[in-house]
Write a protein that binds this ligand. Structure first.
Ligand code: NAD
Length: 502
């Protein structure tokens, strides 16, 4: 990546789209159709990368490579120590290439360059953590089954795993799944989002450099409705790990039924920030502003609903407005900007539609609402609405943009009712100085991740995933590696087996 790393260091746009082919069986793969699709940077409106649109045949080749690599044991039968060595080397290579990977991530996703650097660096830490798990994953034993019987519970790799990822955190989300699947001993076919495939392809090449055997990680690019769907349906894939919208997650769940493959789903959210009257309002205001503006609100755990005690509503909203007034939105390659571009025109129009509907439905616009599409560059100022009706689209739907809906409450039960009154259950933040109140609410709120007096923070030690329609299963933490295992119960007869017919 030496020419590319010079370009990345310069932070200039490429003269022409940077082409990256698919990666199958340890080699670049162009496929028979060789249909290149150009990705325009949503922050600059010019073509920056190009990736291939895979055919069904390309997907079959990738699955066949992963199947061979799993069945012959070149990875699945290595020791945990050997697998950990490769994963640690991969982490080092990611760290060596932070600038290049961050540059590509920003070009394709529109997120600020400083944020991309942070995400790639944090992703390297996840690979290091998962390397440790490769040596820790283990089963169980039962020495209590009587004098003649020993019970063993083995954890074995589930097999060939399909990983489908979204565009909002392409490298980071992949790193929350792939090293755990590899630590467990699985082989993998990755289908990244069509808008943001390049860093996934670059990672596959780095993994080969790290010593990963051919065929263990394969990457196919192209349309979700074609390649993603075919991967979810594929009879030779043993598990599908899907991260994306609840709507597509439902289709993936149905597609996986053909061979009853194991399914992991990390889906949408409509996450509450619950603020009690005794909270530190300055702390909460800063975090709530961050929680809605971070990644331009295109974040599954974005705190998009403010559920606040009526007595402090006006004061808190004013403080949030003041913080947001200092947020700079613009060119994602300019490190001084906090918020970059919206990922594409379709997403931009969707967010604008919610803002227009909010105004029409009688919600009160506190700040923002300013949407700019200059040519093919898409920016939206963080937007806050008060007087949002709990049953309205603003309060119920995942907007996936920087739009905060404020709803007041008068009692504890009303707060919990509002917090839980959506089909999602991904994450929630609770703001209070009262320890008892915090514990009471964290027990009652339905969400896979809860933050008390903080928001959108954590590390690979902690599991992530959703309640209700936010998903099935967990990623990261020790649960993250266990997701990619099958459990096998073994009964070992010691001594003579009692006869059925004496
Ligand atoms: P999406 O559901 O449109 O697409 C996600 C991925 O699925 C893409 O790679 C896409 O190509 C693929 N895909 C599309 N149709 C498919 C099909 N029929 N079969 C298989 N794959 C298919 O989501 P998106 O717009 O890329 O991402 C935004 C969504 O992802 C939001 O809803 C967000 O909340 C969710 N998300 C969830 C998490 C989490 O951890 N819970 C993390 C990030 C994003």
């Amino acid at each position: 990546m030496s020419d590319l790393s010079k370009l990345a260091a310069s932070l200039h746009l490429p003269d022409e789209p940077l082409r990256t082919p698919m990666f199958i069986d340890g080699k670049d793969h162009t496929g028979s159709s060789a249909e290149w699709v150009t990705r325009k940077s949503p922050g600059h409106g010019v073509g920056v990368t190009a990736t291939l649109r895979a055919s069904a045949g390309d997907l079959d080749a990738a699955v066949a490579a992963a199947r061979r690599a799993f069945d012959d044991g070149r990875w699945s039968r290595l020791s945990g120590e050997q697998r950990a060595t490769v994963l640690l080397k991969a982490a080092r290579l990611i760290r060596d290439n932070v600038e290049t990977l961050a540059y590509l991530e920003t070009l394709e996703s529109g997120k600020p360059i400083g944020q991309s650097r942070g995400e790639v660096t944090a992703a390297a830490g996840i690979w290091e953590y998962a390397a440790g798990l490769a040596r820790v994953v283990h089963g169980d034993s039962h020495d209590t089954l009587g004098p003649d019987m020993l019970g063993l519970v083995l954890r074995q790799p589930v097999g060939v795993v399909g990983i489908v990822t979204p565009w909002n955190f392409p490298f980071f989300i992949l790193s929350e799944r792939l090293p755990f699947a590899l630590a467990a001993g699985c082989t993998v076919v990755v289908k990244p989002a069509e808008l943001t495939s390049t860093t996934t392809l670059k990672l596959a090449a780095l993994l080969t450099e790290a010593g990963l055997p051919d065929g263990v990680v394969n990457v196919v690019t192209g349309l979700g409705s074609v390649v993603g769907q075919a991967l979810a349906e594929h009879m030779d894939v043993d598990m599908i790990s899907f991260t994306g919208s609840t709507q597509v997650g439902r289709a993936v769940l149905a597609a996986a039924g053909g061979n009853m493959k194991k399914v992991g789903l990390e889906l949408g959210g409509k996450n509450p920030q619950i603020v009690f009257a005794d909270a530190d309002l300055d702390d909460a205001a800063d975090a709530i502003a961050f929680g809605i503006a971070f990644n331009a609100g295109q974040c599954c755990v974005s705190g998009s609903r403010l559920v606040v005690h009526r007595s402090v509503e006006a004061e808190l909203v004013e403080r949030i407005r003041a913080v947001l007034a200092r947020v700079r939105t613009g060119d994602p390659l300019d490190a001084s900007n906090h918020v970059g571009a919206i990922v594409e025109a379709r997403q931009f129009d969707k967010i604008r539609g919610f803002i227009d509907a909010g105004t029409r439905d009688g919600a009160q616009l506190v700040c923002g609402g300013d949407t700019r599409s200059e040519g093919e560059r898409f920016f939206i100022q963080p937007t806050v609405f008060r007087n949002v009706q709990p049953g309205s689209a603003l309060a119920q739907d995942e907007i996936f943009g920087p739009v905060l809906s404020v709803m007041p409450f008068d009692s504890f039960d009303e707060a919990i009712g509002l917090a839980n009154g959506v089909p999602y259950g991904l994450a929630a933040s609770i703001w209070t100085r009262d320890l008892q109140g915090a514990f009471k609410s964290l027990r009652d709120v339905q969400a896979g991740r809860i933050w008390v007096n903080c928001t959108i923070t954590g590390g690979p030690e902690m599991p992530i995933g959703g309640f209700k329609q936010s998903g099935i299963g967990r990623e990261t933490g020790r649960y993250g590696v266990e997701e990619y295992t099958e459990i096998k119960s073994v009964h070992v007869q010691l001594g003579k087996r009692p006869r059925w017919i004496a």
